[in-house]
Design a protein around this ligand. Structure first.
Ligand SMILES: *Cc1c(COP(=O)(O)O)cnc(C)c1O
Length: 376
């Protein structure tokens, strides 16, 4: 069994995919060129924003957003402790200070009460200037952007949506990757829409920021490639990946997003009496980058993971170490009770195989194995 079955996906899309890839190979336009524009237009249109700038990874996309806002030493950037390292890493890469916010135990997303508490604390301390809230759409579920935007307005902060896992999610009719002043996503193969290598994108309605990001992602280019007006990076998406993403987006729109939601609904229906299943609030829609359950404690989890592994059922722990306990951030010298829910989740979560091609039969095998184990 596969955790995320990219092989089956390729088999289903093969004819269209092979042609798209070979067309780029034959065109010899490998870097930039018309495929990039076509892909950027398709993705901007899908989410419903004015600008999409494709880049080399979800990490670079976040970094480009912080560069556009000139986030720097002395600035505080609020970020959930329970996330993938990149969400926090980019803050430190800019020389700014991450302030870790705890998450909600039901949605796994930023806890808005703790966000306000951490903003107030930062202001009271007086050492850092609060600038940005990075809210992550963890496991495919959009963060509580209605509440987050209210706080952002109250304190004069920018909102950066880390939609690396959230592409395809919604709140009401509004799609993920439109909730930030700038929003980003990742096209790493295992994300909701992935390419065949690294890739990412930045989304915004703001013309000035889009122009800055366009410049930063190609060596700070000015009027042309050899007129460099700022220090930037080399963070382009390959044309071959853009062609792959156009095919992937079509499948995602036509059936994959709907199918993965059916898979998630089946899990919840079969498992809700045995374990804590993920909660999707009213009016929210997830793209299910992960299906993550919670069990009683670390020992039960280890036993469950081992039992499933013996039955050839792959699982993963996202994430075993919260950001406030990462060695790379040890100099921040945070107190032991900084993000208690993140600590608890790190010990109790386990993610199950999920993808649009998971069969009902395989799902029954997984659910029966979980229930059998927990009965003992
Ligand atoms: C994957 C991921 C990233 C980074 O994306 P890459 O394309 O791997 O650089 C950032 N934030 C979150 C929440 C992610 O899951």
């Amino acid at each position: 069994m596969q955790f995320r079955d990219l092989k089956t996906q390729y088999t289903v899309l093969k004819d269209e995919m092979d042609k798209a890839i070979l067309d780029v190979v034959a065109s010899s336009a490998y870097v930039m060129g018309p495929k990039i524009k076509e892909m950027e237009t398709a993705f901007a249109e899908y989410v419903g924003v004015k600008h999409c700038v494709a880049c080399n990874s979800g990490t670079d996309a976040l970094l480009l957003a912080l560069k556009a806002w000139d986030v720097k030493f002395g600035d505080a950037v609020f970020v959930p402790s329970f996330t993938f390292f990149a969400s926090a890493e980019v803050i430190a890469m800019q020389g700014a200070t991450p302030v870790f916010v705890d998450v909600d135990k039901d949605t796994y997303n930023m806890d808005v009460a703790d966000l306000e508490h951490k903003i107030e604390q930062t202001l009271k301390n007086g050492k850092l200037t609060p600038r940005v809230i990075i809210a992550v759409d963890l496991f495919g579920l959009p963060a509580d952007f209605r509440a987050i935007r209210k706080l952002a307005e109250k304190y004069g902060l920018y909102v950066l949506e880390d939609g690396a896992q959230g592409f395809g999610g919604r709140i009401g009719d509004r799609k993920a990757c439109t909730f930030g002043d700038i929003s980003t996503t990742s096209f790493f193969p295992a994300k909701p829409v992935g390419c065949y290598g690294d890739g990412g994108a930045v989304f915004t309605d703001n013309d000035d920021w889009a122009a800055l990001i366009e410049s930063y992602h190609i060596h700070g280019k000015g009027s042309d490639r050899y007129d460099n007006v700022r220090i930037g990076m080399n963070s382009r998406l390959d044309s071959i990946q853009a062609a792959i993403l156009i095919v992937k987006l079509k499948a995602f729109r036509e059936f994959e997003l709907v199918d993965v939601n059916k898979v998630a609904a089946r899990y919840t229906q079969k498992l809700m009496d045995a374990v804590k299943t993920p909660i999707v609030p009213d009016d929210f829609y997830s793209s299910w980058a992960q299906y993550t359950i919670q069990v009683e404690n670390k020992e039960v989890r280890a036993g469950l993971q081992e039992t499933l592994k013996a039955l050839d059922i792959p699982t993963a722990i996202y994430y075993p170490i919260p950001m406030h306990r990462q060695t790379a951030f040890k100099d921040l010298d945070l107190d032991d009770n900084h993000c208690p829910v993140s600590d608890q989740l790190a010990d109790t979560v386990i993610s199950l195989p999920i993808h649009p091609y998971l069969s009902e039969n395989d799902q029954n095998v997984i659910c029966d194995a979980i229930k059998d184990f927990l009965k003992k």
